[in-house]
Design a protein around this ligand. Structure first.
Ligand code: T3D
Length: 263
């Protein structure tokens, strides 16, 4: 499936997804959100797709909600913001966190509002040195959404999250790295090669176990140590019965490269 506002390519085992409204810095209108939701459903249902690569077209990653759609000059503003957030943004975050495949995000430029929080929900976030993160909501009198109030304090602590969300100032990629918001910062010229290389490699890894790891990490953010110890045991029980585990151990003992199938 490929459409104008979301580009979707299957490259080997990787789903390459590009936010594609560069004239408005890839900001989300309703159609783009619905298309992205559809693509993520397609990826979830395709066992041959074992990793996701998400990026933006042009000079930005994503500038959040398309403000011209939300409040068109001389037109009708969105009637119900709560319903819009429930329909357009919450499903994206649920889809990414519940997708039992690694999601690699390449933040190629500014990531603002819902765009910043979309990136933070991904599993491995690479940022170009030229990229920045902006909790833009306060600048227009809104509250943070798209999971930001959940992810950001957990990533950077309450003091820094509060400052970002209340002051609404740009955080440059290097600072985002120092604060723990992103995995790696690389020059823009090598961003795609680096992040894409990781996504391609992940698609050959034991992605069944990586999916279970993602489940455990999701749970860990809300569990007690006792609950988490039990969850680890239960999920090790599942991983230990997988074909990938059998292959991984045999390959190790036979001193050869494993051929994982993601099952
Ligand atoms: O239901 C709901 O609606 C609630 C949900 C809310 C979710 C949200 O995400 S709220 C937050 C919305 N986003 C913003 O407030 C960010 C607005 N944009 C900016 O602050 C700046 O554009 C950036 C800091 C992101 C980038 O600045 P800069 O100087 O690099 O670029 P620019 O010149 O401001 O923008 C370039 C073009 O993109 C420009 O159009 P033009 O003049 O070339 O025709 C600009 O209007 C357009 N653009 C940028 N962001 C948006 C946008 N158009 C529509 N919506 C945008 N969000």
């Amino acid at each position: 499936m490929s459409s104008s506002s979301i580009l979707f390519e299957r490259v080997g085992g990787v789903a390459k997804i590009t936010l594609n409204r560069p004239d408005v810095l890839n900001s989300f209108n309703t159609a783009m959100s619905q298309e992205l939701q559809g693509v993520l459903r397609e990826v979830a249902a395709a066992p041959e797709l074992r990793a996701v690569y998400l990026t933006g077209a042009g000079r930005a990653f994503c500038a959040g909600q398309d403000l011209a759609e939300a409040a068109p000059p001389g037109g009708q503003p969105l009637a119900d913001f709560a319903a819009h957030v429930r329909r357009s943004y919450n499903p994206l975050i649920r889809a990414i966190r519940h997708l039992e495949k690694p999601v690699v995000c390449a933040v190629n430029g500014v990531a603002a509002g819902a765009g910043a929080n979309l990136a933070l929900a991904c599993d491995l976030v690479f940022a170009a040195e030229e990229a920045s993160f902006l909790q833009a909501f306060v600048n227009i009198g809104l509250v943070p959404d798209t999971g930001g109030t959940w992810f950001l304090p957990r990533l950077v602590g309450l003091a820094q999250a509060s400052a970002m969300m209340i002051l609404g100032e740009k955080v440059l990629a290097r600072r985002a790295f120092e604060l723990g918001m992103v995995y790696q910062v690389v020059p823009l010229a090598s961003l795609e090669a680096v992040a894409w290389g990781v996504a391609q490699r992940l698609a050959t890894q034991p992605t069944f176990g990586i999916g279970l790891t993602k489940r455990l990490l999701n749970a860990s953010l809300e569990s007690t140590l006792e609950q988490q110890l039990e969850a680890e045991a239960e999920h090790q029980g599942i991983a230990g019965r997988s074909a990938d585990y059998a292959e991984g151990v045999q390959a190790f003992l036979q001193k050869r490269k494993p051929a994982f199938r993601g099952a």
